[in-house]
Design a protein around this ligand. Structure first.
Ligand code: ACM
Ligand code: ZN
Length: 766
């Protein structure tokens, strides 16, 4: 039984809500500026019919009282109309007429959870659902069909005639927000929940604790609010840039228990489950500031006011840690009605445990093999404890290491593989592979605010495979859904959170809701044209894409070059200049491919302007005449590149020096086997065969720094400490052999190196 109320009782009072729209002009309006319907996420099935329903003063709203939320939904719909279309009054009536009515009926034959039908005809709107969530989503769809109708100056709103039959593909459709690294007040959480509901998302993962701040009041441990919720300072700039510089400003905040109840209640009305995350045993430095006795040393650990992974974690040996975690989880379990609690489990270094007599004793006493099994022991104890509170646990995919707790669900973040493994073992899985859903990653190559790293354009989010083929047929039901994760190390204010979330959240919402066979990115992009106007009306900041079609530096070997601009938003306009001035809505309107003839250096600047008036960042590109580089006179060569490896703490490829520790050959540009984990430089040299005269682009992926030289000229410059990021560059080459030199250094943490190239006769390849 999915309906969250009692069944209709014969003779029960029927409540009618009369929706009256007070407005001033006379004609109806259509969504003529946009693609018809423009629903996000796309419904499972839509048939468009002739005509329209006029929603106007006197339209009756009847919601079957079998839906426990009938009054709430009527209130939401009225609030929506009032916000966007004028004043509304609601009156109760005993008998509805047959036309000019929005009628929502409970239908027990609709037995998919969250499913609904919505039929709009000139006479009325008929909704049917088998549970309250389905009713809610029918109204979400109806609100998108109405909105954005142009404005509130009209007497009636024309809603297109359609027949929609809809239900979601996945039951866990989530968004995560890290409120530890930066804190966001509950009013902002409400706003994000509203946005989630519009996208038919139903799970809000609230990352409440981490090294840099504990954000939830726990009565048993008051110093979590007075101490752990605050830090003395915050890192300035990117964490990979050393030396670290701090702002010297105290920062913090937390949610009171009442705040949490308010968020849970707000979410409940939006059919959103709130999943609290209490991180353990790692990412715990904030808690250790308040309760240092829970560390392995039992004493004060240094604050961790930069980003990354601290080696100070909860001691898994001391009884006091277990008492603390159970005390916290007990209050958390009381506050949150959702069946799951997230216990973190990710990125827990084991170095303190290796040195800690208490941890080692617990390993010995419990016949554990190693520190991974110790982590597993801790998680299993928490699972057993929470089971007594009627709760299930979910954790990051590291909880698979050392043996997963029996009933734990897994969030697969380090790729799909943890999720595949867990599902095939019979555990429920939420897919959150970072390279598809981490909304803290860059959205494009240019003009983006400082981010942690990575590259996640809208299209890539849309392309996520939530159900990889490696999942056994009889285990597919264990993939219960997916979610975006939004870590806020580099995101300090609300507008920035919105910028990172939108529109990428919409792409995952559709991948989760819409049947896979109906997913079509180009169609999604067209529908987004209207959806952006919804964001405008909700005062949600979002990324407006700048025009693509050229790079920051472009080489021209012929007399002219043709540049085609696009931004994927049909309803928008592109403006450009070629005189170096900043383009705005008064610059040249782009109507077709541009032919540029750069005698001297030429600068093309272009901008997207949305129908609602918002602009993108300006894309600036230099067009420069280039001579083709002569090929080298080498003829026969052995396959591969020669490399030498140099140990040392290099912070730039320019510093790589000293005798080689090892040398050898590799067949592609990559890190050879057998290298140290950290602190080395790698030099490579070889030749590439260029098949035709022309401009070639080179792309590196590296963690940390890299430079690529062709015939001694610097072409790709990524010579910095950083997470895995890409860099690129271009060079004009004549047919034949050209010398390539790679200089790479690895300092700390992860290491990676790759190179691909493309140009005339070379499809992008490694
Ligand atoms: C994670 O991104 N550390 C779960
Ligand atoms: Zn310990």
């Amino acid at each position: 039984m999915k309906i969250n109320t009692t069944m209709p009782i014969a003779g029960a009072a029927i409540i009618f809500h009369i929706v009256t729209v007070f407005v001033s002009c006379s004609q109806g309006v259509r969504q003529t500026d946009y693609e018809p319907l423009s629903l996000i996420p796309a419904p499972a099935s839509v048939e468009v019919a002739e005509g329209e329903f006029l929603l106007k003063s006197g339209t009756v709203l009847f919601i079957d009282p079998a839906f426990g939320s009938a009054g709430e939904v009527a209130g939401m719909f009225n609030g929506f109309l009032e916000n966007h279309y004028g004043k509304i009054s609601v009156t109760e009536q005993q008998t509805p007429g047959n036309d000019n009515i929005i009628r929502a009926k409970y239908d027990s034959l609709i037995d998919n959870a969250e499913a609904y039908t919505l039929e709009i005809s000139p006479d009325g709107i008929a909704i049917a659902a088998g549970d309250d969530a389905g009713l809610f989503y029918a109204f979400q769809t109806l609100m998108q069909l109405i909105f954005p109708s142009q404005n509130a100056e009209k007497r009636a709103i024309a809603v297109p005639c359609v027949r929609i039959s809809d239900s979601p593909q996945y039951r866990w459709r989530g968004m995560h927000l890290d409120v530890s690294r930066h804190f966001f007040p509950k009013e902002f959480i409400f706003k994000m929940l509203d946005a989630m509901a519009m996208h038919k998302l139903n799970t809000f993962h609230w990352h409440l604790t981490d090294d840099q701040g504990w954000r939830i009041e726990i009565e048993k441990y008051p110093e979590l609010a007075t101490v752990a919720a605050w830090r003395d300072e915050t890192l300035i700039g990117h964490g990979s840039e050393t030396p670290w510089v701090y702002d010297g400003t105290r920062y913090g905040g937390y949610y009171t228990k009442q705040d949490v109840r308010d968020v849970v209640e707000y979410a409940r009305k939006l059919h959103i489950n709130v999943l609290p995350e209490i991180e353990m045993p790692g990412h715990a430095v904030a808690a250790l500031q308040a309760y240092p006795q829970l560390s392995c040393s039992g004493g004060k650990v240094p604050p961790f006011n930069r980003w990354g992974v601290s080696e100070d974690v909860f001691c898994a040996g001391k009884d006091e840690t277990y008492a603390f975690l159970e005390g916290v989880l007990s209050e958390v379990a009381d506050l949150f009605p959702y069946e799951y609690i997230h216990i973190g489990g990710d990125e827990c270094p084991k170095v303190r445990w290796e040195q800690c007599p208490d941890c080692q004793k617990r390993i010995a006493d419990n016949n554990l093999k190693d520190e991974h099994e110790l982590q597993s022991y801790l998680v299993k104890r928490m699972e057993a404890f929470l089971a007594t509170k009627g709760k299930k646990i979910i954790g990051w995919d590291e909880i698979l290491e050392g043996g997963i707790a029996d009933n734990a669900a897994v969030m697969s973040w380090r790729g799909h593989s943890g999720g595949i493994q867990a599902a095939n073992m019979g555990h429920d899985v939420v897919m959150t592979p970072h390279s598809f859903v981490y909304l803290d990653y860059y959205q494009s190559k240019y003009n983006e605010p400082l981010s942690i790293g990575g590259m996640l354009p809208l299209e890539k989010v849309y392309s996520i495979d939530i159900m990889p083929p490696e999942i056994a047929e009889d285990k597919r039901h264990h993939i219960i859904g997916a979610q975006t994760n939004l870590w806020t190390e580099y995101i300090g204010d609300e507008k920035h959170v919105e910028y990172m979330a939108f529109p990428r959240l919409a792409a995952l919402a559709e991948a989760l809701w819409t049947p896979r066979a109906r997913l079509d990115y180009d169609d999604f992009a067209r529908r987004m044209s209207a959806h952006y106007a919804r964001y405008d009306a909700m005062d949600l900041n979002y990324r407006v894409p700048y025009p693509s079609g050229y790079e920051a530096i472009n080489l021209v070997t012929e007399g002219s070059v043709t540049v085609e601009l696009s931004n994927g938003i049909p309803a928008s306009s592109i403006y450009y200049t070629t005189d170096g001035s900043e383009p705005d809505g008064k610059a040249e309107l782009y109507t077709g491919p541009l032919t540029l003839e750069p005698e001297a250096d030429l600068i093309l600047k272009s901008v997207t302007v949305m129908p609602g008036g918002r602009s993108s960042a300006v894309m600036t590109g230099l067009f420069r005449k280039a001579e083709l580089k002569e090929a080298s006179p080498v003829e026969s060569l052995n396959q591969g590149l020669r490399f030498t490896l140099h140990r040392g703490e290099f912070n730039s490829v320019a510093d790589i020096s000293g005798d080689a520790d090892t040398a050898g050959t590799v067949t592609t540009v990559r890190i050879p086997g057998g290298v140290p984990a950290e602190n080395f430089g790698l030099l490579m040299e070889g030749y590439i065969m260029v098949p035709a005269d022309g401009i070639y682009s080179f792309f590196t992926g590296s963690d940390d720094g890299v430079r690529i030289y062709i015939d001694g000229e610097l072409v790709v410059d990524g010579d910095e400490l950083h997470h895995g990021i890409t860099n690129e560059g271009r060079v004009a080459l004549k047919t034949g052999m050209h010398r390539i030199t790679v200089r790479y250094f690895q300092r700390l943490y992860r290491q990676s190196l790759s190179l691909s190239w493309e140009g005339p006769g070379v499809a992008r390849q490694m």
